[in-house]
Ligand binder design. Structure first.
Ligand code: SF4
Length: 348
């Protein structure tokens, strides 16, 4: 018996994009961690997706406009996590010292205290130097000159709302050393490699010290004000639309709580509803998907039942029709015999 929950399969922590894609199709997200049988090739073979590649190039170019990437050799998981923390500290420091924006800023947290550690990378944080309001911008590149469907927009909504939730939690001092230690399973006091120490903002040499710097810096910020999604056309990088997303904490909490039940194995995985079967046409797993097969069976059964019901109704109507004809015939015979008008008059 496989007792591993989906969260175990995901190594006990998630990316923001895992939760955002869950709103598109939970079954698809699950298959990325546990592919259906005979489909290992679907994930192991890296089939180039031209649209995704073009999108990545645009993202990288935008990041390069503001930052220069410096490779930092790491040897332990503590080193790797420390680099993430150093990148957040660097972004916050730039914002606090008056930079109008930073790009590709990592973020992490435990939204709504559901016990699930979540990581992500915010495309852009903008700062209004006068009001010191911070806004989050998410860039979505498109292969056509149009905004996406409502279903895709829902995923993006969850994504940007989660970024705000996690950045606000950092600012409101809701993230603790203990959370990181427990959920990322890191030794907060292990000495970091010299290559990582060289990138620390001061003389910090372990994760505990680095996190203290991060938490102090977070408290100097104010919570995120607005959320925007910018759609840009891949071919000429022209703007398609800029849309604001209204933050709704109750809605987000309800969604993430529902999603967490799946990750903890408290409910079965859910694929797309029959009305959204169009999503399956672009899915790598469509030929092997158990959910899709189950829904197809359900649909066939429903159609057969409906056909049977229609057949039964038509037999009943025919019987009724014949009965009426007999009654009319009988009434006519009586009236002819008695001279009274017919008792029954039915028109067909
Ligand atoms: S085939 Fe459809 S239901 Fe199955 S994983 Fe893909 S999108 Fe989801």
């Amino acid at each position: 018996v496989d007792a591993a929950t989906p969260l175990d399969l995901a190594n006990r922590w998630l990316f923001v994009t895992d939760l955002a894609q869950q709103s598109w199709c939970e079954q698809q997200v699950f298959y990325k961690f546990r592919p259906p049988r005979d489909t290992d090739d679907l994930l192991s073979v890296d089939i180039p997706n031209p649209s995704v590649e073009k999108g990545s190039i645009i993202h990288l170019a935008r990041e390069a406009e503001l930052h220069t990437k410096v490779p930092v050799p790491t040897t332990t998981k503590e080193d790797a996590f420390a680099v993430t923390v150093i990148n957040i500290i660097g972004s916050l420091r730039r914002l606090l010292s008056g930079s109008p924006m930073v790009r590709e800023m990592p973020i992490f947290g435990m939204p709504f205290d559901l016990g699930i550690f979540v990581s992500g990378i915010i495309d852009q944080v903008q700062c209004d130097p006068e009001s010191m309001h911070y806004d989050i911008w998410e860039l979505k590149t498109r292969s056509s000159m149009s905004v996406p469907s409502g279903a895709q927009k829902d995923s993006t909504k969850i994504q940007v709302m989660l970024y705000k939730k996690m950045l606000d939690d950092l600012i409101l001092n809701r993230i603790t050393h203990r959370m990181i230690e427990k959920h990322r399973k890191v030794d907060l006091y292990l000495e970091l490699s010299l290559s990582v120490q060289a990138e620390c903002p001061g003389s910090e040499n372990n994760l505990h010290q680095l996190l203290s710097v991060l938490f102090d810096m977070g408290q100097k910020m104010t919570c995120v004000s607005q959320l925007f999604v910018e759609y840009c056309y891949q071919e000429d990088k022209s703007a398609i639309a800029l849309e604001e997303v209204q933050y709704d904490e109750a809605w987000l909490c309800q969604k993430i709580t529902h999603y967490s039940e799946f990750w903890y194995g408290k409910r079965e995985v859910c694929g797309v509803d029959i009305e959204e079967a169009w999503k399956c046409h672009s899915c790598d797993f469509q030929d092997h998907c158990a959910w899709r097969a189950m829904k197809a069976d359900e649909y066939t059964r429903k159609c057969t039942q409906q056909k049977q019901i229609k057949k039964n109704i038509s037999v009943c109507l025919r019987g009724l029709f014949l009965l009426c004809r007999m009654l009319v015939g009988a009434a006519t015979n009586i009236s002819e015999t008695t001279g009274y008008p017919p008792l029954v008059s039915i028109e067909y």
